[in-house]
Write a protein that binds this ligand. Structure first.
Ligand code: HEM
Length: 491
């Protein structure tokens, strides 16, 4: 009787294992082509520092500037005509799609980044009211944060006992977190005061976005979904991080309700005027922190890295500012003067051409389609456009595409806007970024705050930037720099 039972149990276990294997096989796409093999074995990393550099190499060598990673069921393109088709001409065929909202759904909920259709349109309209025009008030807020948070921190580093070394990426993350909180809910989280009082929300956010990015890297959703169901490994940590983010965000909302709100105060107040749905307000906050924190910090980090490697560009930025303010003794550019800084505007665009904060972006095809370059897209598959690779395509930017040359954006000294489908750093078409103007103003204010006052040098001045897997380009091990104070008029 016992042996019969053992035989039965063994047969049952064996059948279950076979069933699981067959199920996984049907869900996991298997391919042995060189590219897929290199992806699955991470063989690409023997030649390239970053996955995006390998993709760039593949895209540069593709006649149509489009490639397929079969195991990911992903078509990746660096062809501007395709980008225009996806983001504008046939926009309705390329929503974010279920796959995307599954990966980021636990963190982003029904916020603007994670929804399509009416839910998206409503939030876009509401947010446009706040972000459509960058006001003088917004500029004053940024300037306040630069003058009262960022610069004092930099001075204390330069004069401090730690040899004047600081991780610039970390500084910019804290700065942009602080500013986006001010913009979102009118709150001064003051996260830049030394010695870095670790802002809990900011840290939990880091953890939640990093763990969510891991899901996106996985070859099949079955793997992370199984771990989520069983509450295992990084999925358990993600759940905990999101739970804690929610607790803190709820406190912010409660606090706002207690203080009272009026429409024109900040973005959260604007949304609270039309709804008191706590879960929706939570989603608004989380999505806008994601939109405005890491992107700006990433853009500033690579901008300063490039400037430290190109002192001639730094010099021209400074000269432009000096010439503009020659008759006034000014410490800062005014709101109006910001618009006159064409070279600085060009340098910022040029740095994001080479180092876009969002290196690639994916959509899902609702129906079968053909892209302008003839590539067929199968219903339900992923299509990715790749701003990082696009910034390095000779076909788009010419032979000097790898060089950092702000001049390419200027005609007779005046900044010229590029075709957004060639430069989809802020995306383009119907879902173009709403924060572009705010970002440019924020970046200019930071640059003009730091450059005249500090001489920055890289601690490690070797080669290229290395990135870690994340939703937004994040420099691996940060960007340690030596901060020296300039004497007045020494640049
Ligand atoms: C360097 C800075 C930034 C870059 C490179 C950037 C880039 C992008 C990109 C690529 C998208 C499209 C994402 C997608 O749909 O998949 C996007 C969307 C968006 N961005 Fe930005 N962004 C930046 C800063 C900001 C800031 C500071 C804000 C506002 C606080 C902001 C607000 C938004 C919003 C609301 C959307 C959603 C638009 C929509 O879906 O209709 N962004 N951004």
């Amino acid at each position: 009787m016992v042996s019969l039972l053992i035989t039965f149990l063994m047969t049952l276990s064996f059948s279950t294992i076979i069933f699981i294997l067959l199920f996984l096989k049907s869900k996991l796409y298997y391919c042995t082509c060189d590219v897929c093999h290199s992806y699955l074995t991470s063989n690409w990393s023997t030649q390239y520092n970053n996955l995006c550099d390998w993709y760039t190499h593949l895209l540069q060598n593709s006649p149509s500037q489009t490639i397929h990673i079969h195991v990911l069921e992903n078509t990746i393109t660096a062809n501007p005509n395709n980008v225009q088709h996806i983001l504008k001409t046939n926009f309705h065929n390329y929503p974010k799609g279920k796959q995307f909202s599954m990966v980021l759904g636990d963190l982003l909920g029904n916020g603007i980044f994670n929804v399509d259709g009416d839910a998206w349109l409503f939030q876009r309209k509401m947010a446009s009211l706040e972000l459509g025009n960058v006001s003088k008030n917004a500029f004053d807020d940024v300037k306040f944060h630069v003058e009262n948070r960022l610069l004092p921190l930099m001075f204390s580093v330069a004069r401090g006992k730690d040899g004047g070394v600081v991780d610039l990426q970390c500084v910019f993350r804290r700065f942009s977190f602080e500013y986006i909180c001010r913009f979102l809910f009118g709150l001064d989280v003051n996260s830049l005061e030394l010695p870095f009082p670790v802002s809990r929300l900011s840290d939990l956010f880091d953890l939640a976005t990093t763990l969510s990015a891991r899901r996106a890297m996985s070859t099949s959703p079955v793997i992370w979904k199984t771990c989520r169901r069983l509450n295992l490994g990084s999925e358990r940590k993600l759940k905990e991080a999101i739970r804690n983010v929610n607790i803190l965000v709820e406190k912010v909302i409660e606090n706002k309700k207690k203080l009272g709100f009026t429409k024109n105060q900040d973005l959260l107040s604007r949304f609270m005027e039309v709804t008191d749905d706590g879960s929706f307000l939570r989603d608004v906050i989380v999505n806008f922190i994601l939109a405005g924190r890491d992107t700006v910090a990433s853009a500033l980090t690579s901008f300063f890295w490039l400037i430290m490697n190109h002192p001639e560009v730094e010099c021209r930025i400074q000269t432009e500012f000096d010439q503009l303010t020659i008759n006034q003794k000014q410490e800062f550019a005014t709101f109006e003067q910001m618009k006159e800084l064409h070279y600085l505007q060009a340098a910022i665009h040029e740095s994001m051409r080479l180092y876009p904060p969002i290196q690639f972006d994916s959509k899902f095809a609702v129906e079968n389609d053909a892209l302008p370059d003839g590539t067929l897209v199968k219903k339900g598959t992923k299509i990715t456009f790749h701003p990082y690779a696009m910034g390095r395509m000779e076909a788009i930017w010419g032979k000097d595409c790898k060089e950092f040359k702000p001049e390419r954006w200027l005609k007779d000294g005046v900044f010229m806007v590029e075709n957004p489908f060639k430069y989809p750093v802020f995306q383009a078409g119907f879902r173009v970024c709403l924060g572009k103007e705010m970002t440019l103003m924020e970046m200019k204010t930071v640059v003009l705050g730091i450059l005249p006052r500090f001489k920055l040098r890289l601690v490690k001045s070797d080669g290229e930037l290395r990135f870690e897997p994340a939703l937004t380009a994040t420099v691996k091990d940060g960007l340690p720099v030596i901060v020296g104070e300039r004497s007045v008029g020494s640049h």
